[in-house]
Design a protein around this ligand. Structure first.
Ligand SMILES: C[S@@+](CC[C@H](N)C(=O)[O-])C[C@H]1O[C@@H](n2cnc3c(N)ncnc32)[C@H](O)[C@@H]1O
Length: 296
C-alpha cells in the first residue's frame, strides 16, 4: 500500500486502514470557505466541518507511530479551532508556525492586512520521535553587519517561502489550465513540504497526506526517499498526481533547494546526496504542459 495515491474519501479510508503506521502527516484540508472544488462541498456547516476534521485527526493519530508528527495548515482566523481539534483528538502541541507569505498582503479597510497562514506542528505523545534542527542562512538585515559563519537554526517564523499565487510570481511550479488559470487553487509549494518533511522524518519513513490535492507532499517525499501514502477524492487531481509522480518536472526538482540547508549538521543523513534523484529525467514545463489536465 505504500508509495501510492488512492482515489478515496480519507475518512472512509482511515476507518478501515490496517497498514504501516505513519511517521509524519501533512494535513491541508479544504478550508471550508466556499472555494470551488469538483468533488467536495466547501461550504459545510462550521460545526459539522470541525467535527469531521476532529474525527479524521483522531483516526490519523491511531495510525501514527509514537512521537510521529502532524503539520496542520490553515487560515490564521481558525487558529483556535485548529488547536482545539488537534487537542481533542489526542495530539500534543509543539509549535505554531507562522508562514509569512513572500507575496504582499491585501490592505484591510477596517483591520490589518493578512500576511500569514498558520501551520500547527503537533506530535503523538509529548516528545517527537525525532526532530532535525535545520539551519538556514537568510540575508543579513541592515543592522546585522557581521556575516554568519554557518547560518542560524530555523525558527517558527517562515518568511522565505513564496506561495503559488495566480499571478506572475507563481512561476512554472503552479499547474495551469489551457486558459492560464491555476489548475488547483491550493497547490502548496515544494519548498514548504521539503522543509516540513526534512524537519520531522528520515529516509525510509512513511509520509501521509489525506488531502493530496496536486500531490506536492508525495512528489517531495519521493525525491527525499521517504515512503508515501496519499488520498484524494477528486479523480482529475489523481490523474495529475500520477503524471507528476511518473516524470518529475524541472520545477518540481528539489535539488535546487538543498543549498538553503547546507549548514544543517546532519543534512547528509536526512537528504542523502548519493541517492539523490538527479539521475532521473526531468522534463521542462512546456513538455509537461498541463493542458492535458484541463478541467471540464
Ligand atoms: C487544500 S487542498 C490540498 C492541496 C495540496 N496540499 C496540494 O499541494 O495540492 C484539499 C484537497 O482535498 C481534497 N478533498 C476534499 N475532501 C476530501 C476527502 N473527504 N477525502 C480526500 N480528499 C478530499 C480536495 O479535492 C482538494 O484537492
Amino acid at each position: 500500500m505504500v508509495n501510492n495515491i488512492i482515489n478515496h474519501d480519507c475518512l472512509q479510508f482511515l476507518q478501515d486502514y490496517q497498514g504501516r503506521s505513519f511517521d509524519i502527516t501533512f494535513f491541508d484540508p479544504p478550508f471550508n470557505q466556499n472555494k470551488e472544488y469538483n468533488s467536495y462541498d466547501d461550504a459545510k456547516n462550521p460545526h459539522l466541518y470541525w467535527n469531521w476534521i476532529t474525527k479524521i485527526l483522531k483516526l490519523i493519530s491511531n495510525n501514527t507511530t509514537t512521537g510521529g508528527a502532524i503539520y496542520f495548515m490553515q487560515r490564521e482566523k481558525n487558529t483556535k479551532l485548529v488547536m482545539d481539534s488537534l487537542e481533542k483528538s489526542g495530539w500534543r502541541y509543539q509549535n505554531l508556525i507562522i508562514w509569512k507569505k513572500k507575496t504582499s498582503a491585501v490592505p484591510g479597510k477596517k483591520r490589518f492586512g493578512k500576511h500569514y497562514q498558520i501551520i500547527a506542528f503537533y506530535t503523538k505523545g509529548d516528545r517527537p520521535r525525532l526532530f532535525n534542527r535545520l539551519r538556514i542562512d537568510p540575508p543579513l538585515k541592515p543592522n546585522e553587519k557581521i556575516p554568519r559563519e554557518s547560518g542560524v537554526y530555523l525558527t517558527d517564523v517562515w518568511d522565505d517561502i513564496r506561495e503559488l499565487t495566480s499571478g506572475y510570481y507563481a512561476g512554472d511550479e503552479a499547474y495551469r489550465n489551457s486558459d492560464g488559470s491555476r489548475f488547483h487553487k491550493q497547490q502548496t509549494p515544494i519548498s514548504l513540504l521539503t522543509r516540513i518533511i526534512l524537519s520531522s522524518s528520515l529516509p525510509g519513513d512513511i509520509v501521509f497526506d489525506p488531502f493530496a490535492g496536486t500531490g506536492t507532499t508525495l512528489i517531495v517525499s519521493k525525491q527525499l526517499q521517504r515512503d508515501y501514502l496519499g488520498l484524494e477524492i477528486d479523480s482529475t487531481n489523481i490523474k495529475l498526481i500520477l503524471s507528476r509522480l511518473s516524470i518529475i518536472r524541472k520545477s518540481d526538482n528539489i535539488s535546487k533547494i538543498r543549498e538553503i540547508y547546507k549548514y544543517t549538521n546532519n543534512l547528509i543523513d536526512i537528504w542523502s546526496i548519493e541517492k539523490e534523484f538527479k539521475e532521473r529525467k526531468f522534463v521542462t514545463q512546456s513538455s509537461a504542459n498541463l493542458n492535458l489536465f484541463t478541467r471540464n
